[in-house]
Design a protein around this ligand. Structure first.
Ligand SMILES: NC(=O)c1ccc[n+]([C@@H]2O[C@H](COP(=O)([O-])OP(=O)(O)OC[C@H]3O[C@@H](n4cnc5c(N)ncnc54)[C@H](OP(=O)(O)O)[C@@H]3O)[C@@H](O)[C@H]2O)c1
Length: 451
C-alpha cells in the first residue's frame, strides 16, 4: 500500500489512479471503532467522490487481545505498541483517537517528525499544547487537523479557519457540552432538580459515572480555548479560561429566569473586547441567562450550537451533534480526506500564525447579573441587602421577594456592573446575619450586552 509521487503533468488522469492512502489508527474506543467501521463502509463512496482510496493499515490499542465487534475485520492489524503504527512505512496519515495529553502528544510529535499528517479529535491535547503542536506541524510542512475536537460533527473549525479567514471575529458563544445542555433542558422543561437531571443523563449514557469534567465546565473550557485560538490567532490554553459549572443552579433560578423571559444555558464565550485585532480578548465558560428569543436559547437536549458574530459577516449559528462515536468519526473522516487530498496535491492546510494576546481577567469584565439570596424574613432586611449593592456601586435594575415561611428569597437583577464589584457584594452579603445563603449568580446576555 503506497501513495505514488505527484501526478505527471503529461498525464492529467494520473491522480485518479493513485494507490490507497494508508491510515494508522491510534485508539479503537467510541470514536475509533466508529471511524474504523465508517472507513470500511464508505471507502467506495469516498473513492468515487474524491478519487482517494483509504485503507487502514494498522490499529494501536491498549489491550489488543480483548474481543471486539470489529475483530473479524481487524485481521492482523491490531497492535499494542502505538509507535509500531506511527513508524509503519505504509502508514501515510496518523489518526489519533486515544485521548488525553500523554502519550497522545508524544505520538503526534513522532508522526509530525516523520512527515506524516495527523488528524485528531483530542480536545484536551489541542487545548493544552495546540500552539506548540501547530508550530511543529508548520515547521515540518505537514497537516495537523482537529475538526472533531470541538462540537463533534459540526464543521466549526473549518468555518472559522476557511470560510471566515478574512473576517474579524467579534464574539463566539457556544453550547459545546451536550451533557450539561441535556441536564439544563430537563431542569428547564420538567422542573427537575440538578441531581435528578444528572441521574437521568447518566441513565441515558449522556453523563459519565464521574461527571465532574462536564458539570464543572472543564470540557467546555478546553473547547473554548481551542475556539479562541482559532478565532483570534491567539495562544490560549485551558488554564487561561475562566470556568464555572452548573452545579449551583436550582430549579427556582430557572423558573425565575423564565418569568423574566430568559433561558439558562452553559456558555463557552470567546470575545474580542476592543475594536482592533490588538485588543484584549476574554475566554470564559459559565452559566448564563439568555433571552428566550436568542437562537442559542432553543438548543435543547444534548445538542450543540455555536453562535458567531463577525464584523462584516454579522451573526450566524451552526447546530448539530457535538459528541458520540458516529458524528465525531464523520468529522474525523472529513479531515482524513482533506489530509489525503493535500498529500496527493503535495500541499497542506494553510498554516496558522499565532500571537500572544492579552487575555482579560474575568474580574475586569462587566455585564448584568442575576443573584438570588435567601434571607430571614424580618423588617429592615431588604434595606440592609440593597445597601450592600449600593456600597459597591452595583445598581439594581429589579428586585422581587418570594416568601418561604420564616425565610424569604430576594431575587435581584442588576444593571451592567463589574465582576469584581459584584463578587465583593456577594462576599459582603454572606457576612450579614440576616442572609441565610447567597444562591446562584448568573450573568445575563441581554439588551445591555448587545453590540
Ligand atoms: N466519545 C465522544 O463522543 C467524543 C466526541 C468528541 C471528541 N472525542 C475525543 O475522541 C478521543 C477518543 O475518545 P473515545 O470516547 O473514543 O475514547 P475511548 O472510548 O476511551 O477510547 C480510547 C481508545 O484508546 C486506546 N488507548 C488508550 N490508551 C492507549 C495507549 N497508551 N496506547 C494505545 N491505545 C490506547 C484504548 O484502547 P483499548 O480499547 O484497548 O482500551 C481505546 O481503544 C478523545 O480525545 C475524546 O476527547 C470523543
Amino acid at each position: 500500500v503506497s501513495l505514488p509521487g505527484p501526478a505527471s503533468a503529461a498525464d492529467p488522469n494520473a491522480k485518479d489512479r493513485l494507490g490507497a492512502v494508508g491510515l494508522g489508527l491510534l485508539g479503537l474506543g467510541n470514536v475509533g471503532a466508529a471511524f474504523f467501521e465508517m472507513v470500511f463502509a464508505k471507502a467506495a463512496t469516498v473513492a468515487e467522490r474524491t478519487g482517494i482510496d483509504l485503507e487502514i493499515v494498522k490499529v494501536g490499542v491498549r489491550e489488543p487481545r480483548r474481543k471486539r465487534r470489529e475483530t473479524a475485520l481487524l485481521g492482523q492489524k491490531l497492535v499494542a505498541d502505538p509507535y509500531e503504527v506511527v513508524n509503519d512505512p505504509e502508514v501515510r496519515i496518523v489518526v489519533e483517537l486515544i485521548g488525553g495529553v500523554l502519550p497522545a502528544k508524544d505520538l503526534v510529535l513522532a508522526a509530525l517528525a516523520a512527515g506524516k499528517p495527523v488528524v485528531t479529535a483530542n480536545k484536551e491535547l489541542m487545548a493544552t499544547c495546540g500552539t506548540e503542536l501547530l508550530s511543529v506541524a508548520e515547521k515540518a510542512g505537514v497537516d495537523l487537523l482537529f475538526e472533531a475536537s470541538v462540537a463533534g460533527a459540526i464543521p466549526l473549525i473549518r468555518l472559522l479557519k476557511e470560510s471566515l479567514a478574512a473576517e474579524q471575529i467579534l464574539r463566539i458563544s457556544g453550547i459545546v457540552n451536550g451533557t450539561t445542555n441535556y441536564i439544563l433542558t430537563r431542569m428547564s422543561e420538567e422542573g427537575l432538580s440538578y441531581k435528578e437531571a444528572l441521574a437521568a443523563a447518566q441513565r441515558l449514557g449522556y453523563a459519565e459515572a464521574d461527571p465532574s469534567a462536564d458539570v464543572a465546565g472543564l470540557d467546555a473550557a478546553a473547547k473554548a480555548a481551542i475556539l479562541a485560538g482559532i478565532a483570534f490567532d491567539a495562544d490560549v490554553s485551558t488554564s487561561d479560561v475562566f470556568c464555572e459549572g452548573i452545579t449551583a443552579i436550582s430549579p427556582s433560578d430557572i423558573k425565575f429566569a423564565h418569568k423574566l423571559g430568559y433561558e439558562v444555558k452553559l456558555l463557552a464565550v470567546a470575545e474580542q473586547l476592543g475594536t482592533t485585532e490588538e485588543s484584549p480578548i476574554s475566554v470564559r465558560v459559565h452559566p448564563a441567562m439568555l433571552p428566550a428569543s436568542h437562537p442559542l436559547a432553543s438548543v435543547r437536549e444534548a445538542l450543540n450550537a455555536v453562535f458567531v458574530e463577525g464584523e462584516a459577516a454579522g451573526e450566524m449559528m451552526v447546530y448539530g451533534r457535538g459528541a458520540g462515536g458516529l458524528p465525531t468519526a464523520s468529522a474525523v473522516l472529513g479531515d482524513v480526506i482533506e489530509a489525503a487530498h493535500h498529500l496527493r496535491e503535495e500541499t497542506r492546510a494553510r498554516p496558522t500564525r499565532r500571537k500572544a494576546r492579552t487575555i482579560e481577567k474575568m474580574s475586569r469584565l462587566s455585564c448584568q447579573y442575576y443573584l438570588s439570596i435567601e434571607v430571614t424574613d424580618r423588617p429592615g432586611v431588604l434595606a440592609a441587602v440593597a445597601g450592600v449593592f449600593g456600597e459597591h456601586g452595583v445598581s439594581i435594575r429589579s428586585m422581587e421577594q418570594v416568601g418561604l415561611g420564616s425565610e424569604a428569597r430576594l431575587v435581584f437583577v442588576t444593571h451592567t456592573a463589574r465582576e469584581d464589584d459584584v463578587q465583593a457584594t456577594v462576599a459582603r452579603l454572606e457576612e450579614l446575619d440576616s442572609v441565610e445563603r447567597v444562591g446562584c449568580l448568573l450573568r445575563l446576555i441581554g439588551e445591555e450586552d448587545r453590540r
